[in-house]
Structure formats: C-alpha cells, structure tokens
Design a protein around this ligand. Structure first.
Ligand SMILES: [Zn+2]
Length: 156
C-alpha cells in the first residue's frame, strides 16, 4: 500500500472521488504527474498554449462554482518559489493577460501553492498557477474557496 504523500503527490489534499483514485494510482508510480512526460498519461484536458516556461490547460477537476478554471503548469519540475526562473514571471503575466482578453473574464482570482504539501494543501507537488473565474451569476452560486494548509488529523 503506497503512502498518501510522497515527493510528487499528496492524496490527502484530493477533493473528488475519481481524483482520489487517479492520485492513488500516480502515487504508486512514484513520478510527477505534472512533469510534461507524464502529463499526457493522466491529464485528459488539452494543452491550450505552450510558452517557454508554462503550459496552459484547464483543471480536470474544476473547483465547484467556477465558470473557468485554468491551470498554468511550470514546464520544469519545480516545487519551491526559488526554483522558478525570474523571467518565468513575465511570461506568466503575459499569458494570463492573454487569457483575460480571450475569455473576457469579469473577475476572479489567482492562486499558486508552493512547497511542502502539508502546508500548501496542493495535491500535485509541481508548481502550477490556478486561475479561477467564479460562476457568480448562477442562482445556486457559492463563493469559490481555495484551501491552503492541511490539518494534522487529515495527514496520512
Ligand atoms: Zn513535476
């Protein structure tokens, strides 16, 4: 039985049932699902754009109450902010500006978890940025919540 947490995955932070299943499988493989050579094995959404530092895709398991949920995944394996090339910041902002123009976002939020997944609450420990536009006009709308950090009792 594989552990729920390794260098690449923290199943304890998974949300959806089928996500938990996929993440357990990946944990058994002990490789990083967001490194490009593995991304195509598990990620069923198309790569919308590829830059020098980032690829843009959509979240396979979008947060509840989102209208858009994009992922910008760093192309090299990286887990800490200090792993990022400084120029990658320029490209990131250029890419999210293009997304805003293309999809006419009314508003939303950006989140990038980093480091130890017990602290970040990340499922995949490979730097990625989440761009979330809430479906705020929907009748049953509730605010989109992004968790940072995992309680002691949920760590396995
Ligand atoms: Zn990786």
């Amino acid at each position: 039985m594989a552990q729920n947490k390794n260098d690449f995955i923290n199943v304890n932070n998974s949300r959806e049932k089928d996500q938990v299943e996929v993440m357990k499988k990946i944990a058994n493989e002990a490789h990083c699902p967001f490194c490009l050579e593995n991304l195509r094995l598990y990620h069923k959404k198309p790569i919308l754009k590829e830059g020098k530092f980032w690829v843009i895709t959509t979240n396979q398991w979008p947060y509840e109450h989102t209208k858009h949920h994009f992922l910008l995944i760093y192309k090299e394996h990286a887990t800490k902010l200090t792993d990022l090339e400084t120029e990658a910041g320029n490209e990131l902002f250029s890419m999210i500006k293009d997304l805003e123009k293309e999809y006419h976002f009314e508003g939303g939020g950006l989140a990038m978890r980093f480091g130890d997944t017990d602290f970040s609450a990340g499922t995949v420990n490979h730097l990625h940025v989440q761009l979330v536009v809430p479906d705020a006009m929907a009748k049953d709308f509730e605010p989109v919540k992004i968790k940072i950090g995992l309680q002691w009792e949920k760590r396995k």
